[in-house]
Design a protein around this ligand. Structure first.
Ligand code: FES
Length: 161
């Protein structure tokens, strides 16, 4: 793909595939936005690098699968999450949903299970072309809470923490 074509499509070269696989976690600044690129179990993900909750750095977060409430008594709805090192919030790698543990009062006795708060962390699209990896920034026009820590106020707040 020609360089002009890439930029016309909003694709930003972020590195060679082999290097990003080896690094597993890579930090890049794209158009003034700080992005974390994650390679996990054969798949690349990209998301805002500061946690929406209080600006925690996600790059050292562990990754685990969390199962949302069962469907027909089978826990099949597993989602890969990065766990923010700061206060342990769980964010799905694919969509940036924040998952939390709660009880359904209709269940007797209530058993704590995982639920979604919705999308809180902005995620971006990763593509590969001839061993090169590109990130396209999310073009969702709606405010997503992690946007705060990419702006001026959020950056100042993060620096103070
Ligand atoms: Fe990430 Fe609080 S800053 S959980």
């Amino acid at each position: 793909m020609e360089e002009n074509e890439q930029s016309a499509r909003g694709l930003h070269f972020v590195g060679k595939k082999d290097e990003l696989i080896e690094a597993k976690r890579s930090f890049r600044s794209i158009e003034d936005r700080d992005i974390l690129i994650i390679y996990h179990q054969g798949v690349f993900y990209a998301m805002d690098s500061y946690c929406y909750h209080a600006g925690g750095m996600l790059n050292n977060g562990d990754i685990e699968v969390i199962y949302l409430p069962f469907v027909h008594k089978q826990e099949i709805n597993g989602k890969l999450c990065i766990i923010c090192p700061k206060h342990k919030y769980k964010l799905t790698l694919a969509k940036g949903e924040c998952l939390y543990k709660g009880n359904n009062p209709k269940e007797k006795p209530p058993v704590p299970r995982w639920y979604s708060k919705g999308v809180k962390q902005r995620t971006h699209t990763v593509t590969e072309n001839n061993g090169e990896i590109y990130v396209k920034l999310s073009d969702n026009p709606n405010w997503i809470e992690s946007d705060y820590y990419q702006g001026e106020k959020g950056k100042i707040e993060r620096a103070k923490a």
